[in-house]
Design a protein around this ligand. Structure first.
Ligand code: ZN
Length: 162
């Protein structure tokens, strides 16, 4: 029986992600394949949709536009913060990505866009917001998710609880 990728399955894949300019943004090269629970929004919708129905060994190229990826770039998510708030950051530079605490105490990735005399312009868009993403994917494994993985909504790489 050949397993086809569908809901409630754990899919493993090697992938390389490039942008429109062909720059590699992320890759599983030299690492374990990426595993995720299909149908649980673990990965961006544009990629998940294209993987549905594929089999182990399948190699595919998937182009995902921003609206099916990390969303459009939202200029309202550019904010000004006092320079003093970054006193603890060594060697603050434009383009730096930092983990910050949001208003509700949640962790949030921010990108430094501008450093001025007394303030810093930060960007809380996802670093890949607004970008067209090009995935080169090879499916390496498909298996049924365990009850526990289904109830948690994510993969347990070793099959164990955590
Ligand atoms: Zn879990």
């Amino acid at each position: 029986m050949t397993l086809l990728i569908g809901d409630k399955q754990i899919v493993s894949m090697h992938y390389t992600l490039t942008n429109d300019e062909g720059e590699i943004l992320d890759s599983s090269d030299g690492q374990s394949p990426l595993s995720y629970l299909h149908g649980a929004s673990n990965i961006i919708p544009g990629l998940e949709k294209e993987l549905t129905g594929k089999t182990v060994g399948a190699k595919l190229k998937v182009t995902v536009h921003a609206e099916d990826g990390y969303g459009e770039f939202n200029p309202e998510l550019l904010q000004q913060a006092p320079l003093s708030a970054f006193a603890g950051v060594e060697d603050l530079q434009v383009g730096m990505e930092l983990m910050a605490h949001g208003d509700q105490g949640q962790q949030q990735m921010i990108t430094v866009r501008e450093i001025n005399d007394d303030n810093v312009i930060i960007d809380t868009n996802h670093p890949l917001a607004g970008q067209t993403l090009h995935f080169d994917v090879e499916i390496t494994d498909i298996r049924a998710a365990t009850e526990q993985e289904l109830s948690h909504g994510h993969v347990h790489p070793t099959g164990q609880d955590h």
